[in-house]
Design a protein around this ligand. Structure first.
Ligand SMILES: Nc1ncnc2c1ncn2[C@@H]1O[C@H](COP(=O)(O)OP(=O)(O)OP(=O)(O)O)[C@@H](O)[C@H]1O
Ligand SMILES: [Mg+2]
Length: 499
């Protein structure tokens, strides 16, 4: 039984208006197989996942599960067929409880005498969380009091609890720290063990090779190939994905770091509920890396440096003023840009065009005598759409309709376009494909050369080591280690400081 085909996709096509997201895609996945799906941003990975999970309909083709045609028209119907999807963006509702999210659409089983028995539902939700080894999330809490990673844990618990025949994991690992990834990988292994199938979407090819038995490559909505086991070689996969040879090295090539004399931003003895007496200086012409485990306080420090949160004590200042930073508006005026890890709720206006999002922070730059001409705005937007290869039909398209990685590119374009003197990047390449990652790293180098200061908050150690002039490691709300760029810096060295 073990090696029978579970998922059979035949000639599936799907268009959104002018965009043909999938073109005659066919492939099969066996029971007990962990199949990776890779492709550049906008190649159709989320679209095929959403179709299988009943969220989108398909235009053409047939999908069979265990030989039976799958006709699920809603997520709940797909779930009843044994399909669980962990979506790329946030998949939980903020203003309801954790337990309500875990049993969304399935509340019926807790109804007695016409009422939902919440105590029973909470108890079961706790069990679901414990099944994946999470005990720090309370089922009765409102979901939006938890951060992105914790909310992803809730989704993993929800998916795993249903004991799915097919579990689809869309880019989730990207939002997780190494601890969170461990939990996800363990759940995936468990599904494989009982003979279930997993589709695993990622841009991290090293992770993919570790986790997956096989990988399917999509390019521009077209099926390219499937590789198995030892045939999954990073360089060849890259070529299949991108359609051209890729250089091996996309990080900086200089061995020693450098930075300007002038300090452009200072954090002095800052305390918050998370941060304990944190101080740092950011120099012009410097890429300062900030790393640590997800709850070490680095994301909170990034928010503070953009004026999104206020410290109880201590202050954050920029050159030219002793006044502590009070708000994001003030931060923008002082030349600070910020790319949030949580792009959907903090970084873009989904129900507005790509053009308006890109131009939003730069209107004063684009306009002359207080008036922005549409021609100049269009030119500005097009320039950045091209530079970061944002996949859109036209600049008027809404950000909501872009693929995940393309949304991230819009956020980056917004701040890079403004040419902010100080850039705070929290996981800037999250969900971005390798082709464009390279372009973003080159842009960061260019900005550094021009004297901009960049704070690079990252959970990816190769990125931190590869791009930073100096690295700070945080642990439990404190900076515990500072090292300069150099050939002796290794991942294991940094990990030792983190844990
Ligand atoms: N709801 C939608 N409305 C309009 N266009 C859409 C919608 N969803 C996806 N698309 C388009 O379909 C194409 C494929 O998108 P999809 O989200 O499947 O890409 P992806 O491979 O998941 O990319 P990423 O790596 O960036 O997540 C893109 O060009 C995207 O703009
Ligand atoms: Mg996607």
């Amino acid at each position: 039984m073990e090696h029978e085909v579970l998922l059979d996709i035949q000639h599936v096509s799907k268009s959104f208006g002018l965009t043909q997201a999938l073109k005659d895609v066919s492939f099969q996945v066996k029971q007990g197989e962990i199949r990776g799906i890779i492709g550049e941003n906008g190649s159709g990975k989320s679209t095929i996942s959403n179709i299988i999970a009943g969220i989108y309909g398909k235009d053409e083709g047939v999908i069979r599960l265990n030989g039976k045609e799958l006709r699920a028209a809603t997520a709940v119907e797909a779930e009843a067929e044994g399909i669980a999807l962990i979506v790329q963006e946030i998949g939980t509702i903020g203003d309801i409880s954790v337990a309500s999210n875990i049993f969304l659409g399935n509340e019926k089983r807790f109804v007695s005498k016409g009422f939902i028995n919440h105590r029973e539902m909470n108890r079961e939700a706790k069990k679901a969380l414990e099944m994946i080894g999470v005990s720090s999330i309370a089922p009765e809490d409102r979901t939006d009091r938890y951060n992105l990673e914790e909310r992803k844990m809730i989704e993993i618990a929800k998916a795993f609890y249903t004991h799915p025949r097919l579990m689809i994991v869309d880019e989730t690992a990207n939002a997780l720290s190494s601890h969170g990834r461990g939990i996800l990988y363990a759940a995936i292994e468990e599904v494989k063990k009982y003979g279930g199938t997993v589709l695993f979407i990622t841009h991290d090819l090293e992770e993919l090779i570790k986790i997956c038995d096989s990988v399917t490559i999509l390019r521009d909505g077209v099926y390219i190939d499937t590789c198995y086991g030892s045939d999954m070689r990073i360089n060849e996969l890259k070529v299949k994905m991108v359609g051209r040879e890729m250089s091996d090295h996309y990080y900086r090539s200089d061995v020693e770091g450098s930075m300007g004399e002038q300090v452009v931003m200072r954090v002095e003895n800052v305390f918050t509920s998370m941060l304990k007496n944190v101080s740092l200086e950011l120099h012009e012409g410097e890429i300062l890396g900030l790393g640590g485990l997800s709850d070490c306080g680095m994301h909170e420090l990034g928010r503070l440096m953009f004026g999104l949160d206020q410290p109880y004590a201590g202050k954050v200042t920029c050159t030219g003023t002793d006044q502590g930073l009070k708000s994001p508006v003030q931060a923008i005026k002082r030349g600070i840009g910020y790319v949030s890890k949580n792009r959907d709720t903090e970084a873009v206006i989904l129900q507005d065009s790509v053009k308006n999002n890109v131009c939003l922070c730069s209107l004063d730059k684009i306009s002359k005598l207080g008036f922005a001409s549409p021609v100049q705005e269009n030119r500005f937007a097009d320039q950045w759409i091209q530079k970061l290869k944002v996949k859109v039909n036209n600049r008027g398209e809404y950000v909501a309709s872009l693929s995940g990685g393309n949304k991230q590119k819009v956020v980056l374009a917004k701040w890079l376009g403004r040419g902010s003197r100080i850039l705070i990047f929290d996981c800037p390449t999250r969900g971005i494909d390798i082709g464009v990652k390279e372009a973003i790293y080159h842009l960061m180098e260019e900005l550094k050369e021009q004297g901009h200061a960049i704070l690079l908050i990252s959970e990816e150690l190769p990125e931190l080591i590869g791009m930073s002039d100096r690295i700070l490691i945080m642990k439990d709300g404190k900076i515990v280690c500072e090292t300069m760029r150099g050939p002796e810096i290794t991942e294991s060295l940094l990990i030792k400081e983190m844990i």
